[in-house]
Design a protein around this ligand. Structure first.
Ligand SMILES: [Fe+2]
Ligand SMILES: [Fe+2]
Length: 136
């Protein structure tokens, strides 16, 4: 069962970014499936690593737009990105050293809440500005 389902409610009105958010949501759902099926910790560690890599890619994409269009509220936004990257890598280390796998549920809750809150509050805050600059 997916932990997050993409809906128009999560749209920031910019297609390229919505597509990347859908990929992130897909990866979080795959992680959930792998955990629910009791996949090996190594494999889950690999999925987490892939998620961290794609998250970094997505964040640089947004940050490059902030730069290019001189988005005025980029400082706080970039700080949130930085913190998430740190947290994902900490969770990955924690997961790899936790043989009981009990951190799994915690990771899923964290990723779900973080991503939906970030999209709904922080990302949506740039929509109007970037759309006015012609970003698609
Ligand atoms: Fe963001
Ligand atoms: Fe985003």
């Amino acid at each position: 069962m997916p932990v997050i389902v993409w809906s128009e409610q999560l749209s920031v009105g910019i297609e390229s970014i919505d597509e990347q958010h859908k990929v992130l949501i897909g990866m979080i759902n795959s992680l959930n499936t792998a955990m629910a099926q009791g996949e090996a910790n190594m494999m889950i560690g690999d999925i987490l690593m892939g998620l961290a890599a794609y998250t970094r890619h997505h964040f640089s994409y947004e940050e490059q737009l902030f730069e290019q269009y001189e988005y005025p509220n980029s400082v706080g936004h970039k700080r949130q990105h930085y913190e998430l990257i740190e947290q994902i890598s900490a969770l990955k280390d924690q997961f790899e050293s936790d043989l009981s796998g009990s951190v799994g549920l915690e990771i899923m809750q964290f990723l779900k809440n973080w991503l939906t809150n970030h999209i709904l509050k922080t990302d949506k805050a740039y929509s109007e500005y970037l759309i006015a600059k012609g970003v698609k």
